[in-house]
Each structure stands twice: as C-alpha cells, then as structure tokens.
Design a protein around this ligand. Sequence first.
Ligand SMILES: Nc1ncnc2c1ncn2[C@@H]1O[C@H](COP(=O)(O)OP(=O)(O)OP(=O)(O)O)[C@@H](O)[C@H]1O
Length: 954
Amino acid sequence: MDEYDEMYGIEDDFEQQFADELEVMAEMDSEPPPHGKVSEFRNKKPISQTFDEAIASGDVVSSKTVKNQHPVSTTASISPLGRVEEESLTPKPKKRRQDVVKKLQFGVDTGDDITPPSSPEVYDGTARDGAGPDRTSTTKITTDMLDMSGLTTIQDSPRRLTVAKHFAQKRPPAIGDYITVTDSTGNRVYLNKKEDENRAPDPRAFRNSQNGLGLLTVPIEVMKEQIAEKRHRQVVEESQRLTELLNSGLNPELLAEGQTDSGLDGDSGEHQGSSSRLWVDQFSPRHYTELLSDDFTNRCLLKWLKLWDTVVFGRERKTRPTHTDVRSNFPNAQNQNQFQRFKTKSQITEEILEAELDQYKRPKFKVALLSGPPGLGKTTLAHIIAKHAGYNVVEINASDDRSAELFQKRIDTATQMKSVLGANEKPNCMIIDEIDGAPAAAINILLATVNKKDSREGEETGVNALKKKKKKQSVLLRPIICICNDLYVPALRPLRQQAFLLTFPQTLPSRLTQRLAEITRQQGMKADTGTLMALCEKTDNDIRSCINTLQFLHGRGQKHLDQRSVSSMCVGLKDQNKGLFSVWQEIFQLPRVKRKRIGGDPFGGLDEAGPKDGGQRLQNILHLVSSNGEHEKLTQGLYDNFLSMKLKDPGMLGVCSGLDWLSFTDLLNECILHGQNYSLMRYLPFLPAAFHFLYAANSVPRINYPHSNYEALTKTQHTKNALLAMLNEIPPAVQSRLCVSTLCLDIVTLLMELISPKLRPVNPQLYSTREKQQLCDLIDTMINYNLTYRQDRTPEGQYTYVLEPNIEDVVRFPGLPPRRQLTYQVKQLIARETELEKMRRMERAQQKRNPPNTETVNKSQAQKKVEVKKHGNHQQRLENIVKQTVVESRPELDFFGRALVPKEKPVVTTTGEDGKVGGAVQIGKAVGNSDVWFRFNEGVSNAVRRNVYIRELL
Ligand SMILES: Nc1ncnc2c1ncn2[C@@H]1O[C@H](COP(=O)(O)OP(=O)(O)OP(=O)(O)O)[C@@H](O)[C@H]1O
C-alpha cells in the first residue's frame, strides 16, 4: 500500500507532464474510426467519470503530492475515449503480467531498439515522428510510457499529466487485460489494455478449427512445413550431388565451377542434371548389342539362361544339331577317344549347354558363376541378358547381406515369388553379386536351395495334385547367376563344382576404344584413338575406370585429350587385388614389349624405353605384391617354382642368389614374428622383385601351386610325434639323458643299426647261447627305447611288421633304399619276445611292489604252493580254464525239433574215469586226469612244427 500511496501525488505531475500527448490521443480517439469499424466499447455508453472520481472511488487518494519528485508512474485505465473506466473495488484475482516492451510494440512500429534513448531530445523527436495520424493509440501510449521511464526529462505542459491520469492506475485494473510498467526507480503503474478500433479485430474471432488465425490463405504452420520440406529437399539434393561427386572422384570445386559455367552459358536444368550424373550410368548399355564383353561369353550365358525356358516359360526346347560333323573327322574309335581327351574349353562349355535337362526340365547346372576382374561389365551383362531373356532381375549383394538367415530369406523370396509390379508379370532371375565376399554359411544355403529335391513321386491328380504342387515349389525353378571377382576363394569351392563357370576375359581394347570415342564425341571432347588406347591400357581395359577418367578430365575442363595428360595422370590406377597365380605369373614373365605407336607420346612412360623400364618393372612388382599382401604364400610359390623356370644359368649364380634372397626373407620373417617388428614388413616385397629380375622370361611360365611347405610341415610333425612317442615311454633313468634333438641327431641312426642284428629265422630255443644272449640284448634295447614291431597290412594286402614308433622315417631319406631289413619271421619273433619280456617285467615289478607276507601265510597256502609246485603251472591254468568253461546241456532234437530220447549213454573218449553227468565235470576229469593235454591257440601260427610222439612225452 505504501507504494501506491506514494504514487498518488505523482499522478498530478504525470498529467501535467504528458498533457500534450494525452490531449492528442484524446482527440484521435474522439475521431470516428477510419475504416468505419466501431468497437464494442464504442457502442457502450461512456462512463462520465473523471480520473479523480475514478481514483476516489477505487483508491484512497492522498492529497499529498510530491512536487519535487521525478515523473512517476501512474496507474490509469486507458480507454479509447480517454476516460477512466469504472473499476471494481473488490480485489480481483491477479492477472497475468505481460512484457511491456512486447505489448507496446516498440519495435513493430518504430523499428527502433526498445532501450530508452540516450537523450530526451532524440527520443522526443522519434516519439513525435511516430505519432502520426495513422498511428494507433497504442503506439502513443507506448511513447508515453517510454517517457515515463526513469530517464524521461519531458517538460511538457501540465495537460499531459491530466490525460495520463486517465490511463495509468496504481493498482491492477479489475476488468480487462493490463500492462505493468515499472520505471527505473522501481515505481510501478498499470495500464489497461483496450481494443484499438483501427487495428485488426480480435484475431480470436478469425481462428479456424485448428485454432489458427485465418489471416493467411495458407496457415503459417503449413507454410513453415513447406519451407522446412523445401530446405530438406535442397539439402538432400545437395548431398546426393556431393556423393556422386565423391564417388566419381571429382573435385567438388570443379563441379561447382562447372555448374556455374553451365549456368552462365544459359544451359537448362536438365543439362545441369546430366552433367552431375555419372557417365558410367549415362552411357551404360541398354541392349544386348551394346555390350562390350566378349561375344562368346555373352552367348554362353544367354544360352544357359535359355535352357530354363522349358521350366520357367513352358517353351519346348529346340533340338539342336549334334556335333556329329565334328566327330566325323575322327572316324575310328581311337581318334574319337583323342577328341574326347583333348577338348578345348569352349567345346566343354558348348557340351554343357547342349546337355540333357534334368527330371524337372532344368539345366544340369542350376547356377551360373561369372568371374573376372572388376569393371569389365559382368553385372551389366547379367542384367541385360536376364532382361533380354524375359526375366525380372532381382539382385542381391552377398557382401552386404552376409547373415545366413537374410541370405536364405532373399533367395527364397527371389526364387519362389513372382514379380507383381509392372504391366506384365515376369519370372524372377536372381543375380547374386560379389558372392566371393559371402561367408561359407551363405554359400551352403545357396547350395542347399540348388540341390533341393522334390519328394513327389508319380502322377498327381485332383486335390493331391494341388497339395503336391505346393511341395513342388520347394525345388529351385528359377535361374541364379552369381558374380565374383575371385573364383578361388575357399568358401566358393563347393559352389564351383556345381556351377556353370564362365570366366570373363578382358574387354578387347579395340572395342573399348570405339565405345570411348563415342562417349567423348557425344560429350564434346576431342581424343584420338591412340590416346584412348593408352587409357584402356592404363586401366587394364576396365570400362568403369576409363569412363570415369574421361568424366574427370571433362569436369576439369580438359576438352582435348592427349597421351601425355593420360599418362601423367594418377587416376585410373586401380587398387586391385590380383590372384596369387597372376602375381606369380607376372613375377616370372617379362612384360610384353609394346610397339611404339605412330604419333605416340614422346614423353609417355607407356612405351618401353631402356633404362626407364627397370624402374617401372620394379615399381610394378612392388605394387603388385604389396596389394596382394599374402607374402607367405607368395614366397612359397616362388620357392616351389623358381627352379623350374627356363634359365640360362650355367654357373648357377642366379640360383644361389635366389637362395640367398630366400634365406634373407626367412631371417626377416623371423625378425618380424619374434620381435614383433612389423615395420620390417616393408622389405618383404623385395624378394618377388628380385626373383622377377633373376628369373623372368618371355615365355609363359608354368606355375604349380606350392605344396612343399605343407608337405614338409606335416612330415616334421609326424617325425616329432614319433620321437616324442618313443621318448615318453623310455624308462626315466634313460629318459633323463635324452631329448628330442639328441635322439634325432645322435641316437636314432645308431639305434637302427643296433636293433637290426643278424638272427637266424628259427625257433629261439634252437639258438646257441651266444645267439640267445644277442636276442636278449636286442629285446632289452627294444624295450628300453620303447620300440616294438607291429603287424601291418600293405595296400596290396601283404602283411608286414613295421617298427612302432616308426623312427626309421626320421633317419632315412625318402627314395633311398633301407640299409638292412630283418626278415618277416625275425621281426615276428622279436615282437613276440618283446611282448613276453614286457609281461615278465611287469609281473616282476608287481611282485616287487606286493611282496608275499611270510608271517601271514598259513598252512593251507603253503600246501597249495606245494601242490602248485608239484603239478606245475600248467595244471593251475588248466583248472582255471575248466572252471570258466560252461558246457550247456541241451536236449538233443531231431530234424523237426522234437526231443530225442538218448539211446545209450554218451561215450567218454578221454582216458579218465566216467560216471557223473555234467560237461564241465566230464571235461575237467578228462583233461585233469590225463597226463597229456594241449591247448589250441586260435590264430597263432608262429609255432615251430615238429613231429612229437606221445611216448616221448610220457
Ligand atoms: N558396354 C558398356 N558401355 C558403357 N559402359 C558400360 C558397358 N558395360 C559396362 N559399362 C559400365 O561399366 C561399369 C562397370 O560395369 P559392371 O558393374 O557391370 O562391372 P563388373 O564387372 O560387374 O564390376 P564389379 O566386379 O566391380 O562389380 C558400369 O557402371 C557400367 O555402366
């Protein structure tokens, strides 16, 4: 309340100060509205109340006035009529305060900053400028309110304040919206907000169903959205353009320049679009006749695809003339055999294509596998041929869709569904690109799809036929074309065996040059054939690379091409990974000497020219080997093949040098792997380079895949295993003085001599004492070194005894005859004796471990011992045998299975006494009571046969 009290006295001041402005405002308000619009407030009867009255009725007005105070804020209810509106005395709920600056719209009308002016004159002037007849009363209030800020120095007539009294209130007005104004000293007044007749009517009246103002034909939200969309579209277009640019390897600045150029030239937008388009897409072939690839390959693929016509389109296959005419050149059988044996690759391919269809009328090979270096147009060919043959192409990229499930899904979708888009539904032809990047699991899924068999058998009728038709769909009925760069990826091995292989040859330079000439002509470039040939050569006849290079140069503004610019460019070189065989071939073969072209570039490095050649070759090999990266395999290939190269090296200097390089590389590898010093890897490509300069020849080298390393590795492993097996069983006393290397280097060779003594192939019982001792020593050695002989069967079916573990292989070079071989019998004897001796030793060891306790031995045991001694070992064993033998007594049956009544008692043929029934007993008696007995050892035939009479034994 104090605050209000203070302000009452100020109100008079205010009226005085702002008399002029308020007067003008009052005049303006009293004028009829320019547009004839009359606010509802106008229609109301004006309340004939003065400012003082209003204050007196609503507020307690203090008669006290503060004369020397600064102009202060006053509270007034501003009505368009310049009168103070009636206010309710009851306290009203607090209204929302609004930002005065916003509500007064300083910025809107004056365009000035809302901060108070630095000097009153300036401000005054601007305020007055703005207070034109067309300005609204709100604006006037605005200026007044600005004056009311602490900085005001308005020294106007006292009328001002009188009018201001009508507008400013000390308390918040009871009715209607109001604006709070606070001056710099902290005084606050409240200004009633009134409708301005000149202004637009209440916007709320125009709100549409979405609560939007209907001032605009298009709602602001929609416009905003449209703008956002437009911006988004522009961004997307720009990003697409940049992506294309980056893909084409062009400099964005250059393209920007190009575009501005074209814009200046007045080119159409269409032209701009085509200039940003990649030429490879623009000039991509649309028809079979535009293909640049080899005709034979194109034809073969088309033929293979046509083989599917019977199952896919239901067309009958045309019978083709057989090649009897060719075979008729080989009249007799022998020549025909030769024809079969020496078939060319193309003949084999033709034969595949003319082979019979399978039971489902599908070709023999369900998958075609196109392979070749990148950029030759494999994918393009597959697409064009599939379309040409009437298929809808479904392409998947095996490198992208790597998960097996996704692969399966895509294959199923492509092979079992129909394309439903477009006017005429076409059957699908699946193209799997980059299949060499697919994991083995995905390849297996593809193979499973290819090899699916229909379980349906026999004829089908009615409902069954329908059901079975569903089943039939599981069989692959659509062609699949796979494309790869490297045919020899391990994951592709199973597919290779089941696919129709088509290797893509290099594009003919003449054809490619012709196509490039067409493109340059169309694009307004000038390039002679020699230049284009040079470009083809540089890019290894890669269509994509050639066209992209041309576009790059065109984008740079080079409309005239010469060989120099082509050869000096770094573009067009591919970061290509060549297969191992091609790398080996390039190492062992000299590059072909190129003929100097007429009008060729004198500066060009393309033509072979003396000293430059060596450096180029070195660089080429280094680049080739580095990009391949398989140094180990590469080195193995060089090692395995370098000796079979055609060399003129009588002094073997080249061979020695090569071996030096190999040992250097070996040391290098050891350093890299042991010390993990991978920076040394940069020196690895120098071995192939050295081999190239040592052994490269003009003829095409015959390269074999290296096996020696693997073979040596397995052999080493085998040898190590044999030695370890031997060492592990050697008694600890001996083992402590041995290790694998000593065994291998010092002992085994001599040991082989020791274990091959001269022994007669007779029963050892017939050996002399010396021989017996020799045998004993041999057996002892064999056991100590854990050696024995094991019977084995050769592939031819012969039985032999081989040393176990076979340390003979450790010390004998392959191909050399074995030193001395023991006979089969001797080996057999040694093996048997060794086993026996081992058993004996084991028994002895057991006895040593469990010595018989003499104290606890009772009489019966002693008696038993005595009996055993008396009867000998054999009797004890015999008893055991008898105990174990169970003879089943079955009733005797006749032919029809009826039991036979024994006519007489079974006769016992043994010498023992007879009487009791029971086989075991009978046998036991028979054997046990006989003085002579024998045991038949089945399968053992190593007995020395001699005639022995019973009387000799008795
Ligand atoms: N006859 C042709 N005329 C013009 N451009 C061609 C021709 N054939 C192919 N191209 C273009 O060459 C580019 C490379 O072709 P494509 O993709 O078929 O090669 P690819 O051998 O499959 O290569 P990758 O192994 O890298 O997939 C494509 O952009 C294609 O438009």
